[in-house]
Write a protein that binds this ligand. Structure first.
Ligand code: NFS
Ligand code: SF4
Length: 656
């Protein structure tokens, strides 16, 4: 049997993996050890787009192929390895962009209902942001009531998915030079749905057969995600649910409470989770929980649903993607409520071993073996109450002999929206990015890195994220995070302001201590990567760091990525001018030419480029070298030594 300590650096995870083994429960960790990834598909050399194939085109192993051999390496239709690898990649972008954007659409529909007052549980909470979005949309707010403005914004927002003319409205938020680059490359997204559809059309058998031209459409769809679907999701959620401000919370499986009814919310769209927050505090339901012998109702989250309610309410994070099965394995979870994305089909199977009820809630996603309680996205409170009731009814079924909750959990501070960073650094009355820019210019902060994305059992859980991030902050790079990556680092204590003095380099630590922020900032869920775009744009607009996103001393990474959404995110960062490094594996390695284009050629056009490096130390070096290169180009290159995060420093951190 594999040693579970080799599978994760997280004590709570290892403890639950041991329990799963003892309980005879299979987990993704174990299945991943048993499943050898297909090497041909893994490198993007397999095409299954038509029934003349599937065609497999692996390069010869252990030797360089001749030019003639390579030219003959073709699918039945004659497709080259470049076309096949690029088509596969662009389809990943399309799927990822559609996931984020369809989430955005759900939010926009609920937003318009709320604006119209059509029996919605939601209302307009952040009027300042409503006004900002209206102005960015070119809507004149004069003589409009809040309701009229919200309706105008909601209708304009929904048009972004299918309008017939023009380009996405939020593109105008980007620095002018970036907008010019997009225009010259003819990759400005027109309407969100259209770009995804065009990806699928152009990658259909026998359509766009020029790989560089395929990537132009890939960029359009990815930008339609970052500056479209994701940004719309974030902004409309903020207007309806509140823009996050710093909030304390806790993270890891230890937040499951033996004495309470435990409800895990898992998935992505925040509308139902918001209402579960309300329902879990409902006096009637609390009394009902007590009548069943529980002390209360404990709501906690997995994946991005968790990040959303953490950011706005300080609700605890139970864990990241790979911990979803393990929460159930604790034996103390009454219900796991899922909607869309990153839901493992194994959950009902794991739940069979305990008393946990898996509840699916989205009209888009059913899970065999789960109880389906469909939620009307405009009025989810009654569904939320029904769900909480189901969970409470499960409490008496809990078998105490099967309960073993990890003790481990950690404090964190989250809620760093782009607006919050503005206020924190500049003060409420003169909100500004100037202090951040100044500290980058004077070298206290070397640069900024966005470290985002999933967890993946192909690498040691949480270890690539945390090793990379520790090395970055030790080198005075301020780290901003979203998604599952954020939870990996939070679990290690890197998201407390106190951690700055022991983990950050002297310059970064000084800034963090002065402002009272952690060296690693939690910016939210994966659609909230759009907050990172806005923060980077604000840095450009503040001045002193160049006139485009590609001039900034910043870099991005998804060290443990697994989902197609991560590829879409990476591609919109690259197409926005950001150097972006992925770990685990790289899906175009089957074509040297395509890979070379993404890693270098793309940089000449877009100013941003991809890189692949699974080793976190080397990844840190790539990112820091890139940041230093940008500093040099800006004339900010005072010599700085790279600090390697050594064992002593690591022990010191683990001791806190
Ligand atoms: Ni992002 Fe969020 Fe996590 Fe990856 Fe899945 S939860 S949208 S895709 S696994 S970071
Ligand atoms: Fe093979 Fe071409 Fe069909 Fe792909 S599209 S499966 S390469 S024949």
């Amino acid at each position: 049997m594999a040693n579970n300590a080799d599978r994760s650096i997280d004590i709570a995870t290892i403890q639950m993996l041991d329990k799963a083994a003892a309980d005879g429960v299979s987990t993704a960790f174990e299945r991943s050890a048993a499943m050898r990834p297909c090497p041909i598909g893994g490198e993007g050399s397999c095409c299954k787009l038509c029934s003349m194939g599937p065609c497999r085109l692996p390069a010869p192993k252990n030797r360089k192929e001749t030019a003639e051999e390579k030219d003959n390496r073709r699918g039945i239709c004659g497709a080259t390895i470049e076309t096949i690898a690029a088509r596969n990649f662009v389809r990943m972008i399309a799927a990822g962009a559609s996931a984020h954007s369809d989430h955005g659409r759900t939010v926009a529909e609920a937003f318009l209902k709320a604006a119209k007052g059509e029996g919605s549980d939601f209302s307009i909470v952040d009027e300042q942001k409503l006004l900002q979005v209206a102005l960015d949309f070119g809507i004149d707010p004069t003589d409009k009531s809040t309701q009229e403005l919200a309706i105008a914004v909601g209708e304009a927002a929904l048009d972004e998915w299918g309008k017939r003319e023009g380009h996405l409205r939020f593109l105008s938020r980007a620095p002018l030079k970036r907008q010019q680059i997009w225009k010259e490359l003819n990759c400005e997204p027109r309407a969100i749905d259209r770009e995804v559809v065009e990806c699928l059309h152009r990658t259909h058998m026998g359509v766009d057969l020029d790989f560089e031209h395929l990537f132009q459409q890939g960029a359009r769809a990815a930008l339609a995600d970052g500056w479209g679907g994701s940004m719309l999701a974030t902004e409309l959620q903020d207007i309806m649910l509140g823009t996050p401000v710093p909030v304390r919370g806790r993270v890891n499986l230890g937040v499951i409470d033996e004495k309470q009814v435990n409800i895990m919310v898992h998935g992505h769209e925040p509308l139902l989770p918001e209402m579960l927050v309300v329902a879990s505090r409902d006096p009637e339901l609390l009394a009902y929980a007590k009548s069943k012998g529980a002390e209360g109702i404990n709501l906690a989250g997995i994946c991005c649903s968790a990040n959303e309610i953490l950011m706005r309410h300080g609700i605890s994070l139970a864990g990241n993607m790979l911990q979803q099965e393990l929460a159930v394995v604790s034996g103390a979870v009454e219900a796991m409520v899922v909607d869309v994305q990153c839901i493992m089909q194994s959950l009902p199977k794991v739940a069979e071993c305990y008393h946990t009820q898996i509840i699916s809630t989205s009209d888009k996603a059913k899970v065999p073996g789960a109880l389906h309680i469909e939620v009307d996205d405009a009025a989810p409170l009654s569904a939320a109450k029904k769900i909480v009731r189901v969970a409470i009814d499960k409490f008496p079924e809990r078998a105490s002999g099967k309960v073993n909750i990890p003790e481990h959990s950690m404090d964190l501070v989250a809620g760093f929206s782009h607006e919050t960073i503005n206020y924190l650094l500049g003060g409420l009355f003169r909100a500004s990015y100037k202090p951040l820019n100044d500290n980058i210019i004077n070298g206290r902060i070397r640069g900024v890195a966005g470290v985002v994305g999933c967890t993946n059992p192909r690498v040691k859980h949480d270890s690539v994220h945390t090793t990379l991030v520790k090395e970055l902050i030790a080198n005075d790079v301020l780290v901003i995070q979203t998604g599952c990556a954020a939870m990996s680092c939070a679990k290690l204590g890197l998201m407390t302001p106190e951690s700055a003095s022991t983990t950050a380099g002297p310059g970064l630590a000084e800034v963090c201590e002065t402002v009272g922020i952690p060296p690693v900032l939690h910016m939210g869920s994966c659609v909230d990567n759009s907050r990172i775009l806005m923060a980077a744009t604000a840095m450009v607009k503040e001045g002193g760091l160049g006139d485009d996103l590609s001039d900034l001393p910043v870099a991005g990474a998804a060290p443990e990525w697994m989902s197609e959404k991560a590829i879409s995110i990476g591609h919109y960062f690259v197409a926005s001018g950001v150097y972006t490094v992925f770990g685990v594996t790289w899906p175009t390695l089957g074509s040297e030419e395509v890979t070379e284009w993404l890693f270098n050629g793309m940089g000449e056009l877009y100013g941003g480029r991809w890189a692949f490096e699974p080793d976190p130390h080397k990844m840190a070096k790539l990112m820091i070298d890139h940041i230093d290169g940008k500093r040099k180009a800006l004339g900010l290159d005072k010599a700085q030594e790279r600090v390697l995060y050594d064992m002593d420093m690591r022990r010191e951190l683990e001791a806190v």
